[in-house]
Design a protein around this ligand. Structure first.
Ligand code: ATP
Ligand code: MG
Ligand code: FE
Length: 339
C-alpha cells in the first residue's frame, strides 16, 4: 500500500508518502515559524493563508521524493483534528480534492494518534501500550490496549507542557517556540530555585502546569523589585530549575500510569518529546518497560506520523466520505481506572 498523508492542524504544512506500515518514502514539512515568531505565538489567520500557499508544492514534492505518481497510491489520509479549524480545513480540502480526483479512499486521522504512531515508524510497538503525549496543546497519558484503540487515562487540568515552555520562554525573552532553547540552557544550569511540582502527592494520573508558570513569573517579578535580574544574570539555572520541575512531574505520572496499567511498551510523542532532558530521564528511569521515543525529525508536527496512524485505520477500512469536516476539539475518550 501507498498512503499519501496530509497534516495542517497548526503551523506546519506537511505531506508524506508511506509505503506499507513503516517505509516512509517522503515527509515534506513547510514550517511557518518565521511568520508567527514576531507575534509570540501562532496567529490562526496567518496559519491558514500559509497552508493554502504551501500545500500544492508540498504534494508535488512529496510525490517526487517518493518517486511515485498519483495512480500508484492506495489511499489518502488527513488530520481531521484536534487543531485550528481554519488550518485543518485547508488540509482536509486538499485531501478530499486529491482523493476525489484520483478515486482514492479518504482516511481521517486524529492528530494525537499521529504523534503516538510516529514511534511505530522506528520500532515495533508491543501491545498493550501506554503513550505519554506531550505537545504544544496536550499533555496526556493514553492506554492503547491494542492497535488503534486509544483510551485517555489522565491529562493536564490546565496548561500543556509545551505551552508552559513557551509562556515561560516569553518571560525569559526567548523567541517562540522556546522549548528547544530552554532545553539547551537547562543543560548548562542546575535546579537552584526548586519550583513547585504540582500533583506529586496525589495518586491520580493528572498534570497541572499553570502554577509552575505563575511561580516562575512571580519569582522573576519579586527579584526585579529587589533590583535583581535573574533573567539576565542567572538564565541557565532558571531554565534548569523550570525544566527539572516539568520533568519530575512527567516522569512521576508516567511511572504511576505504568503501575496502574501494566503494559509492554511506553510510547512517547509530541513536540516536547524532542526534549533532551526528558529523553535521557525516560531512558534511564523507565527500566522495566520497553520505551519508544521517536527521532527528533518525527517529534514535531509532520504528515509521516499521520500516515503511520492512517495505516492502522486502512487495515480496518475506516474511511470517511467527502462530507468529512474538521474536528477542532477531537479528543480520545476518557476511561476510569480499572480496579
Ligand atoms: P498539539 O500537538 O497538542 O496539537 P502542536 O502541534 O502545536 O500541539 P507540537 O508541534 O507537537 O505541538 O509541539 C510544539 C511544542 O513542542 C512547542 O510548545 C515547543 O516549545 C515544544 N518543544 C519543541 N522542542 C522542545 C524541546 N526540546 N523541549 C521542550 N519543548 C519543546
Ligand atoms: Mg508546530
Ligand atoms: Fe502536534
Amino acid at each position: 500500500t501507498y498512503i499519501l498523508a496530509f497534516e495542517s492542524s497548526c503551523d506546519e504544512t506537511s505531506v508524506a508518502v508511506l509505503k506499507n506500515d513503516t517505509e516512509l518514502l517522503s515527509n515534506v514539512i513547510a514550517s511557518q515559524i518565521n511568520s508567527h515568531k514576531r507575534f509570540g505565538g501562532v496567529v490562526p489567520e496567518v496559519a491558514s493563508r500559509h497552508h493554502v500557499e504551501q500545500i500544492t508544492a508540498c504534494i508535488d514534492e512529496a510525490l517526487e521524493q517518493a518517486k511515485i505518481s498519483a495512480k500508484d497510491l492506495t489511499a489518502v489520509a488527513v488530520t481531521e483534528g484536534p487543531g485550528l479549524v481554519g488550518a485543518l480545513l485547508i488540509g482536509i480540502m486538499a485531501a478530499k480534492t486529491f482523493a476525489w480526483a484520483n478515486h482514492l479512499p479518504l482516511i481521517p486521522v486524529n492528530h494525537m494518534a499521529g504523534h503516538m504512531m510516529a514511534g511505530a515508524l522506528v520500532d515495533k510497538i508491543e501491545y498493550p501500550a501506554m503513550a505519554l503525549l506531550v505537545s504544544g496543546g496536550h499533555t496526556e497519558l493514553v492506554y492503547v490496549e491494542k492497535e488503534g484503540s486509544y483510551e485517555k487515562v489522565g491529562e493536564t487540568r490546565d496548561d500543556a507542557a509545551g505551552e508552559a515552555y513557551d509562556k515561560v520562554g516569553r518571560v525569559m525573552g526567548l523567541t517562540y517556540p522556546s522549548g528547544k532553547a530552554i532545553d539547551e540552557l537547562a543543560h548548562k544550569g542546575n535546579d537552584t530555585y526548586h519550583f513547585p511540582r504540582a500533583m506529586m502527592t496525589t495518586n491520580e494520573i493528572e498534570f497541572s502546569f499553570s502554577g509552575l508558570k505563575s511561580a516562575f513569573i512571580n519569582l522573576v517579578h519579586n527579584a526585579e523589585q529587589k533590583g535583581e535580574n535573574p533573567v539576565q544574570d542567572d538564565l541557565e539555572n532558571l531554565a534548569a530549575s523550570f525544566q527539572a520541575a516539568v520533568l519530575d512531574v512527567l516522569i512521576a505520572k508516567t511511572k504511576l500510569a505504568l503501575e496502574k496499567y501494566p503494559v509492554k511498551t511506553l510510547i512517547v510523542g509530541g513536540g516536547v518529546s524532542a526534549n533532551q532532558g526528558l529523553r535521557e530521564r525516560l531512558t534511564t528511569e523507565i527500566t522495566d518497560t520497553k520505551v519508544i521515543i521517536p527521532p527528533l525529525r518525527l517529534c514535531g508536527d509532520n504528515a509521516g506520523m499521520i500516515a503511520a496512524a492512517a495505516y492502522i485505520e486502512w487495515q480496518k477500512q475506516h474511511f470517511a466520505g467527502l462530507d468529512l469536516n474538521a474536528k477542532p476539539s477531537l479528543a480520545f475518550e476518557i476511561i476510569e481506572e480499572k480496579s
